[in-house]
Design a protein around this ligand. Structure first.
Ligand SMILES: [Zn+2]
Length: 408
């Protein structure tokens, strides 16, 4: 059967299905116990690749207003992420010579976890954040925040109101915007002639090579390689001038972009060459990725069932979006998992989407001491294993699902 496909970047009509993760609820739609009396909205979750530009993308989009009204992700709840923000801010302040006459804009500024460092340094800032409840937290911390979705129309308004930006930041937002052309056109419209854009997003090369199928969810529309992103920027008069690889979120890219009159350095060509050499979205690699996801699912199901059958208790750790994808794809729920522990107080007392496993404070792990804990937030494994060393010392064991199912 031919696939109905329309690339959201290049407009191409030829594409192929890569992985079908079934019909899933929205991964960030944490339920209240009373919601169980209503039908939970679910949508097909399928990853496809464009044969024109090689961009990996979700086939079935959910309107963004439905996505963000209940958004409960607070950036400041992760130590790794808070430290990352601090070091990025101090680097950019120095490297780009930012001062009281500069302007920094961050797209999807969340609770102000990053911009607060620029505010402290006396650099004028504006955060753009679609979730009103999270924007209020940023404002309370002294970070001016506009409740809006970023795009070309808003960017032109902001340029008129407050002038062009010397630095535009976007951490883990680009891949979540359903119209990447509108997003990049907005960056171009708001960027000062000598300004810089710095975006971070998970690198699809890592997702594919590490079998990170659970990073796929409806809100995460795109899975970028540098090869697919570079022409998208050029189409809108911007050039990726530098690229760096970071270990965050299972392997991410940090791309620096400027107006197209600026030159790229050697890092861009080097990574493009590496992606070409491994055939980053070649048909055999994509088939291997799909087979590996199915194998992880089968292994997890059988191992957890055996542990449960032997009378042991299993919990999970990390009520993040990837946990929702993993539990729903693997068909794991309350029959297997007693609870999901998480540090974010905004999620406590709520239920995981689809699987309906209750979310409890992280301290419950040490108190209730399940024999095994499935680490859904495997991307923060070193941080969590360190925080939970008492639980481990008392005999508790973690099951890490990705890149290979492992018990530690
Ligand atoms: Zn395309």
């Amino acid at each position: 059967m031919a696939l109905e496909f329309h690339c959201r970047s290049c407009g191409g009509l030829a594409g192929a299905l890569v992985l079908d993760l079934g019909v899933q609820p929205l991964a960030n739609n944490y339920l209240n116990p009373g919601d169980l009396f209503q039908t939970e909205p679910k949508f097909p979750l399928r990853l496809a690749v464009c044969h024109g530009c090689g961009l990996l993308q979700i086939l079935d989009l959910v309107p963004p207003t439905q996505l963000f009204c209940q958004y409960a992700y607070f950036s400041s709840c992760s130590d790794t992420w808070v430290r990352h923000a601090e070091s990025c801010a101090s680097r950019y302040l120095g490297e780009f010579g930012l001062g009281p006459r500069s302007r920094v804009v961050e797209v999807a500024s969340n609770d102000g976890y990053l911009l607060r460092h620029f505010v402290a340094a006396g650099v004028p800032c504006l955060g753009i954040e679609p979730a009103a409840n999270i924007a209020r937290v940023a404002e309370a911390a002294g970070v001016p925040t506009r409740v809006a979705f970023f795009g070309a129309t808003l960017a032109r308004e902001l340029a008129v109101e407050g002038g062009l930006a010397d630095l535009i930041l976007g951490n883990n937002v680009f891949a979540h915007c359903p119209d990447p052309n509108d997003f990049v056109a907005g960056l171009q419209a708001l960027l000062a002639p000598e300004g810089r854009v710095v975006l971070e997003f998970p690198h699809a090369l890592e997702m594919l090579s590490q079998g990170e199928f659970d990073t796929i969810y409806h809100e995460h529309v795109f899975y970028f390689t540098l090869t697919a992103v570079e022409p998208l920027f050029r189409r809108h008069g911007l050039r990726i001038t530098r690229v760096e690889r970071t270990p965050l979120h299972g392997g991410s890219l940090r791309v620096f972009a400027r107006h197209i009159t600026h030159e790229a350095d050697a890092t861009v060509e080097a990574l493009m060459a590496e992606e070409a050499r491994v055939g980053v979205v070649s048909a055999p690699r994509l088939a291997d990725f799909a087979a590996r996801a199915a194998s992880t699912r089968d292994q997890l199901r059988s191992r957890l069932a055996a542990i449960r059958a032997a009378g042991y208790h299993i919990a999970a750790y990390g009520a993040a979006a990837k946990g929702s994808t993993l539990l729903n794809y693997c068909g794991l729920g309350r029959e297997t998992l007693d609870f999901v522990a998480d540090r974010s107080p905004h999620k406590h007392g709520r239920l995981m989407p689809g699987s309906h496993v209750p979310i409890v404070p992280a301290v419950e792990l040490a108190r209730r001491r399940p024999d095994y804990t499935l680490l859904l937030a495997w991307n923060f494994a070193p941080e969590i294993l360190e925080q939970q060393k008492d639980y481990r010392a008392a005999g508790g064991r973690f099951i890490i699902p990705v890149p290979e199912v492992a018990i530690v």
